[in-house]
Ligand binder design. Sequence first.
Ligand code: NAD
Length: 490
Amino acid sequence: TKLSLAALSSLPANVAYPRYERGALTPGILHFGVGNFHRAHQAVYLDDLFNAGLGHDWALVGAGVFDGEKAGRDKLAQQDWLTTIVEQDEEKRSARVTGSMIDFVAPADASAIIARLADPAIRIVSMTITEGGYFIDPASGVFDPKHPHIAADAGNPAGPKTVFGLILAGLVRRRAAGIKPFTVMSCDNIPHNGRVTADGVIGLASLIDPDLAAWVRDHVAFPNSMVDRITPATSDRERAILADEFGVDDAWPVFCEPFRQWVLEDRFTDGRPPLEKVGVQFVPDVSPYEVMKIRILNGGHAAIAYPAGLMDIHFVHEAMQEPLVRGFLDKIEHDEIIPEVPPVPDTDLEDYYRLIDKRFANPRIGDTVRRLCLDGSNRQPKFIIPTIADRLKGGRPVQGLALESALWCRYCFGETDSGAVIEPNDPNWDRMQATAVAARDNPSAWLTMDDIYGDVGRSQVFAKAFAHALKTLWAHGARETLTRYLAGRL
Ligand code: NAD
């Protein structure tokens, strides 16, 4: 059955669909970055809420800043903005159609997007625009006002191209019209994502008008959040499984694990949906949760990604079946990552890690090693390097994390241990590859990427461990290097 609103009631019996009246929903949230994660996470929580008969004035409107997002928008438009979510654990798959998105503004059309942002019905603007979308200097974590895209928006505030420029233009309109400002809610994997977003919007505003910057600081809320659900990209494999097993023809379904978590600070300028009714945890301070998640889960993903990539392993669950990779994950988590994570309310970190180990090993999810290897230049400074910095400050050993860093560097050389070519897998691939080539003979070349490593790159202790790990990787390959590390012989 081709997915559409009209076809919902004739879907196969094993496919769940919205129990609320779709036409009665009204918009409340504008979301930038309608990719797979958003559709597996926020859109599902809202669908649960609407199914519970609550918050029907909080439906989603999609938005995007790139022309390239038109393709996704067209697919969703043809199926009345509906998305099929397939959840899968070891035992079974289940499918549900979600209906929480009701519209999608034309991508990259600044005037249409600003008009929507000025609509008083929109009370929250949320975003999943990737770790690289925030114009922050990776090493310092501080907004970079000199970025050319930000400079361009500062010079043309009425025709912005970035999410930050658009949000600001929307806020300016609302302020002039006496409409309450919306809340800006980042759902990206960035430590202190709310604060980072505030830095971006306020930083851009101060380039335009200091008075505007002060007004944003005083009147707009930017709650921090911790978001979690492993959500791979969609390929023909997923479309085929959905058609074969569930009889649904969806142009852009999302496959993900059953687990999901959302911890959010309760700071909203113009109300919010009652998300606590559907499992969202509201807390005064998200920091302990996000440090735990980003370091243990995202850092763990980084730890398995690069050795698996160098060993030509395709799927993440296959990486977890390889004892050297799983052993590396286990050792680096226990020896170096978990000890640097401060206590989290009502959470046992060892239990948290055990669950993550199980989630990574889920054989049905179809997550790829290549997806985890993507964008190290933006991810390592958030997922790995802060842990290294903490350990160095405390005088604690960094051998495992230095090896993780060396595996990333070795991967960016662009060739696996068997000699297979690694296609570009980072927005800054040319730079990463050139630096990795130089680092083969001169490992310290890698650590001089000051915007990525910051102080960690200047540490003699780290440089020594890194150089030894990288040299061993080049001389003996990832398998032998991991074998030595696990045996305490590296
Ligand atoms: P995706 O590629 O499916 O979607 C990313 C979206 O962001 C696309 O719409 C893209 O056009 C847009 N985008 C990219 N760069 C941008 C920029 N500079 N400015 C504005 N928009 C931009 O990826 P996804 O799986 O949906 O993941 C997106 C983000 O969600 C991740 O980077 C991460 O921060 C967060 N997240 C993802 C997962 C996951 O498992 N996939 C889990 C937790 C959090």
